[in-house]
Design a protein around this ligand. Structure first.
Ligand code: SF4
Length: 306
């Protein structure tokens, strides 16, 4: 059995930065540091930071006054920012700069009195944060599918933006529908699907030309990891999203000649290495890195933590 490793895979620059912010906040202030939402959607990362003294909360109401608060990589609404300030927190913002760019785009378009449409998944923290950039007079409209676009009735200027971690292909269908329905719709200056999402999806498409099965390291609530699994499924290939090697069912490997392995943007490389060891123990004879795009993106942490 041969194992092919997707390239690139695993941590993106936004995840690297978010984890570093929590770790630096812990060494500067000591435990506990309160983190609103899972800083990134990965069980291993969250448990590791918990062990170091981070406390993860869903809402700011759960944080006592005068504590250190970190906002997750997915970003937060203006309301959450106000709440954190109101309890006199020391705030560190781990929102990925690519998500912040989308937030700024929403504010800019609303100032121009354009009705903003957000393409994204309802309930995802990034989407909640982006919807929460709306001004008091006009809500951002969320669409999840091309069918949702059919229902829209909007007069006047319209623009759209997207969640950063969507399927590139599915999003294109929705964008095409929007352009058909609103020919003058304003697109974002630059595509909002982030470089890491795009690159990891492209790498899986390359990988699946040679693999019979795909294992994706990533947690169930990780948007970009789910999209990687879906790419293989759309090609009628079996694909499994796993948090670690202990979730592999040996029956999946029966009669498989080539296994593809990748990791979502929030899954650490150590988990990939554990999967490789597992596969060596279960019949793998060679492991090959598939060549792919070289990523050189780095986001620095806030100045107060440098
Ligand atoms: Fe930022 Fe993209 Fe990583 Fe999300 S997946 S944290 S948007 S770089």
């Amino acid at each position: 059995m041969k194992v092919l490793l997707a390239n690139p895979r695993g941590f993106c620059a936004g995840v690297d930065r978010a984890i570093e912010i929590v770790e630096r906040a812990l060494s500067k202030h000591g435990a506990p540091v309160y983190v609103r939402n899972e800083v990134v959607h990965n069980k291993f990362v969250v448990n590791d930071l918990k062990a170091k003294g981070a406390i993860f909360v869903k809402e700011i109401e759960e944080v006592p006054e005068h504590q250190v608060v970190v906002f997750s990589a997915h970003g937060v609404s203006q309301q959450t920012r106000k709440q954190a300030k109101a309890i006199n927190s020391t705030i560190y913002d781990a929102t990925c700069p690519l998500v912040t760019k989308v937030h700024k785009e929403v504010v800019r378009k609303q100032k121009q009195h354009s009705q903003v449409i957000l393409i994204g998944h309802k309930g995802h923290p990034e989407v909640e944060g982006t919807l929460g950039q709306s001004n008091d007079h006009e809500q951002v409209i969320l669409v999840e599918t091309a069918q949702d676009v059919e229902q829209l009735v909007i007069n006047g200027s319209v623009s759209y933006t997207t969640q950063t971690t969507l399927s590139v292909d599915d999003t294109q269908d929705i964008v095409d529908k929007l352009k058909e329905k609103f020919p003058n719709i304003q697109a974002p200056k630059k595509d909002d699907i982030c470089y890491a999402t795009q690159n990891r999806q492209d790498a899986v498409k390359t990988l699946m030309k040679s693999a019979d099965l795909l294992l994706v390291l990533g947690s169930r609530n990780s948007s970009n990891s789910n999209r990687l699994r879906e790419i293989a499924e759309k090609l009628d290939m079996p694909a499994y999203l796993i948090d670690g090697a202990d979730e592999i069912n040996p029956n999946w490997l029966v009669e498989v000649e080539t296994i593809g392995v990748t990791a979502g943007a929030s899954a650490p490389e150590i988990l990939v290495q554990e999967v490789i060891n597992y596969l060596y123990d279960h019949g793998a004879t060679e492991v090959l890195e598939v060549s792919g795009i070289q990523e050189n993106v780095h986001f620095s942490v806030p100045e107060t933590l440098r």
